[in-house]
Design a protein around this ligand. Structure first.
Ligand code: GDP
Length: 459
C-alpha cells in the first residue's frame, strides 16, 4: 500500500543550535534527492544510500542554496515509523528550519499532523498503543519519576504484563470453546474450580495494576501536597523557603492566607504540587471559612499532608483537629519556630499525632534539609512507593483494567452460582477484549485519533 509522505519540524520552536526536519513515507528518498546536493554539488545521490548513514551536504530550493546540513537516511522497517525516513539536521534558527520544511513540502511531502509519525509507528505494528502513549508521556515528563516510568512503558513494561494476562484468559476461553464443541473428548468436570484457581492471580495482578494508578499519577503529575496549620504557624513562610522566593504573602495578622494558593516545587526530582491553605480554626469570618472548608477538602484528596505546628505557642483546639485529620494519612509534622523558646515538646507532639516530627525554623531556614530528606525517603522507601513495579499512569488504561476486572468478577460469580460454562466464556472474552484496548486492539479510530492529536508536531 502506498503511503503519503509526511514531513514536520521535529525540534522545538525556538532558536537553537540544531533543528531537525523529519520526512517519512514511500517518497522520502525522492523528496530529499530533489533538494539535497552533496559537497561535490551532485544531486540525486541518496536514493540508494545505505540505511542508517549520515550525509554531509546542502539543501537547495531550486538554485538557491539554503543551508549546510547533515542528512540521516533510515530505511523502513528499521526506522521510527517503520517507513523510509529522512532526517535533515540543519542550523536551528526558527526561520531556517521553517524554510527547509517549506522546501520539503514544495517537493512532494505534505505537512504531518501532530503525532502522525508515532501513529504510523502504531499502525505499522512497531509500537502498540500503550507504547505510543508512553512516547507522549515521555515528552511531557516533568520529573525524574515520570521520565523513568514512561521509558519503561515505552520499553513494553505495561504491554508485557497485559499480554501475559490476556494469554491466560485466552487459553481458558479456548479451552471452554473446544470442550463445548467436543464434549466426548474434553471434559469440563470440575472445570469451574480449576478456572477460579487460574483466575485468582490474574485478578490480583489487575487489582495491583489498578491500585498502582494512584502512585502513577503522583509520579507523573507530582505529589498533591497540602500544608495545614493554624494561622501564624508559619505555613506561608515554609512555602517561601521551599519555593526560594517571596511568593506567598507573609504577615503577622492571623488568617491572612485566606484563599488557596497552588505552586509546583521541584525537590531533587520529585514534584510537589503544593496547595497552601488557610489555617484551620473555628471562625465567624465567612471568607476565611471558605478557605478553611477548602483546606479540609484539599486535605482529603492529598497524597501528602505537611502539618506545621507553631512551637512557640501551646497546642490548641485547631491543632487537635488537624492531628485528628492527619492521623491515618501520609503526613509529615513540622515543629516550627525552633529559633524561639519552645512551649511544645517534640516527643509529646510525636506521641499525640502519631507521626515523626521534624523541628524547623522557617524564618531562619533551619531543618529544611531534614524535611526534604523525609519527603525523599517517603518516595524511595515506598511509603508513596517507587521501585521497579509497573505503574499505570494513563486513565484510559485504568478504565480498561477496571472493566476487565468487572468481567472477571462476573466469571467468578457464574462459577459460584453453578451457571453453565458458556456463561464463563462470554465474560472471559469480554475481559480479553478490554485488556486488548490498552494495546490498541479493536480500538475505534476516533479513540486512536484523539490519542495522537494530543502529541506535539513532528512526533
Ligand atoms: P501562616 O499564617 O501559617 O501562613 O504563617 P506565616 O508564614 O504568615 O507566619 C506568621 C508569622 O510567623 C510571621 O510573622 C513569620 O515571620 C513568623 N514566622 C514564621 N516562621 C517562623 C519561625 O520559624 N520563627 C519565627 N521566629 N517566626 C516565624
Amino acid at each position: 500500500m502506498k503511503t503519503e509522505t509526511i514531513a514536520a519540524i521535529a525540534t522545538g520552536m525556538s532558536n537553537s543550535g540544531i533543528g531537525i526536519v523529519r520526512i517519512s513515507g514511500d517518497q522520502a528518498f525522492e523528496v530529499i534527492d530533489r533538494i539535497y546536493r552533496n559537497k561535490k554539488g551532485q544531486a540525486g545521490t541518496l536514493w540508494d544510500a545505505k540505511s542508517h548513514t549520515a550525509h554531509y551536504g546542502y539543501i537547495y530550493d531550486g538554485d538557491e542554496r539554503i543551508d549546510e546540513v547533515l542528512v540521516l537516511i533510515m530505511r523502513g522497517p528499521n526506522s521510527y515509523t517503520a517507513e523510509d525516513t529522512v532526517e535533515i539536521d540543519c542550523h536551528g534558527g526558527i526561520r531556517m528550519v521553517q524554510r527547509i520544511l517549506e522546501t520539503v513540502l514544495h517537493n512532494g511531502a505534505r505537512t504531518a499532523q501532530p503525532g502522525e509519525f508515532t501513529k504510523r509507528a502504531f499502525l505499522n505494528g512497531r509500537l502498540d498503543l500503550a507504547q505510543a502513549e508512553a512516547v507522549a508521556e515521555l515528552i511531557h515528563a516533568s520529573n525524574d519519576y515520570a521520565l523513568k516510568s514512561s521509558v519503561s512503558q515505552l520499553g513494553g513494561s505495561v504491554s508485557g504484563k497485559i499480554r501475559a494476562l490476556r494469554g491466560t484468559i485466552l487459553y481458558e476461553t479456548a479451552f471452554i470453546e473446544s470442550a463445548l464443541d467436543d464434549p466426548e473428548h474434553i471434559s469440563l468436570e470440575g472445570y469451574g474450580d480449576r478456572l477460579l484457581k487460574v483466575l485468582e492471580p490474574v485478578t490480583e495482578e489487575i487489582e495491583k495494576l489498578i491500585a498502582s494508578a494512584d502512585d502513577g499519577r503522583v509520579m507523573t503529575e507530582g505529589v498533591r501536597t497540602v500544608i495545614l496549620g493554624k494561622p501564624n504557624a508559619g505555613k506561608s513562610s515554609l512555602m517561601n523557603v521551599l519555593l526560594g522566593e517571596e511568593r506567598a504573602i507573609v504577615t503577622d495578622i492571623a488568617g491572612t492566607t485566606r484563599d488557596t494558593l497552588e505552586e509546583h516545587i521541584n525537590l531533587q526530582g520529585i514534584s510537589l504540587h503544593v496547595v497552601d491553605t488557610a489555617g484551620i480554626r473555628d471562625t465567624e469570618d465567612v471568607v476565611e471559612k471558605i478557605g478553611v472548608n477548602r483546606a479540609m477538602k484539599a486535605a482529603k484528596g492529598a497524597d501528602l499532608i505537611i502539618y506545621v505546628a507553631d512551637g512557640s505557642r501551646p497546642l490548641d483546639e485547631s491543632d487537635r483537629e488537624i492531628m485528628e485529620l492527619i492521623h491515618d494519612k501520609k503526613a509529615i509534622v513540622l515543629l516550627n519556630k525552633t529559633d524561639l523558646e519552645l512551649t511544645v515538646d517534640k516527643e509529646a507532639l510525636e506521641e499525640q499525632c502519631g507521626h515523626r516530627v521534624i523541628p524547623i525554623s522557617a524564618k531562619e531556614e533551619h531543618g529544611i534539609g531534614d524535611l526534604e530528606k523525609e519527603i525523599q525517603s517517603m518516595f524511595y522507601h515506598g511509603e508513596i512507593a517507587f521501585n521497579d513495579q509497573v505503574y499505570i499512569t494513563n486513565a484510559r488504561h485504568k478504565e480498561a483494567l477496571e472493566a476487565a476486572l468487572r468481567s472477571l468478577r462476573m466469571v467468578r460469580s457464574s462459577v459460584l452460582d453453578g451457571m453453565p460454562e458458556d456463561f464463563y466464556s462470554i465474560d472471559l472474552a469480554d475481559a480479553y477484549e478490554q485488556l486488548g484496548l490498552i494495546l490498541g486492539e479493536a480500538v475505534d479510530d476516533d479513540v486512536v485519533n484523539e490519542i495522537f492529536s494530543k502529541f506535539c508536531m513532528g512526533k
